[in-house]
Design a binder for this molecule. Sequence first.
Ligand code: BTN
Length: 263
Amino acid sequence: MLKTLNTSAVTAALHHKDFRIITAAETGSTNDDAKALAAAGAPQYTVIQAEYQTKGKGRLGRSFYSPRSTGLYFSIILRPDALPIEDTLFITTAAAAAVAEGVESVCGKACGIKWVNDLFLGGRKICGILTEAAFRPDLSGLNYAVLGIGINIAPPSEGFPKELETIANTIYDCPEEVPDGLRERLLAAILDGFHAYYTQFPQKAFLESYRSRSILTGKEVTVHRGDQQYPARVVGIDDRCRLLVEQDGRKTTLDSGEVSIRF
Ligand code: BTN
């Protein structure tokens, strides 16, 4: 088990002092907590972190395994005033770039990004990102968004459940390998890195970082779209963070909402 997160150490390491961190020993889902706080008026950059989630949520209605004190689970409340609804995906992709950079700089490990929201190390997933948004009634933009990030830092003492054994990985091989203060420095680096990208969304400064870490580019994949599935080759990621694939010499773009990819 890792030591409980020290919020003062996170705040001390943070460059952007706008973040306010709320911690919990245990919760259902930090995304659900953040949504409740946002709906009650909590300001942008409120961060909810928990040592353990009993109902951690993943994309597409899946669950996110969040064992006690071996991961970093947190959600950030965002109130992106001028962000058009169709650009909501950039929150997730900018966060993926910020997490990859944070893991590289703080843990010294290079990780790849599997479009659209997963981070991989050694061929298995170490981090998932779930952005949930509440739109204004007139759909003129976002009322708020909650950016949830879950990172597997070290293996749980009882190991991963069987169904995750070949899919999930951790940044460190055991809790004893995790340097003191690592989670605090990593959280601060991710928040600072994300803040820098988020405050300059029109420039899409995260795109180059995101693309350069894409593990799907150049790979043969199976595209699952509704009832259909077909083989394709990934040729890149466009400026809207859609996946560019080629099938029988024909290029198409895939939207994250409508496909899943196996490779
Ligand atoms: C995925 O892999 O599909 C996304 C996983 C996102 C998990 C994080 S952990 C913190 C936050 N709270 C949640 O319930 N989910 C996100």
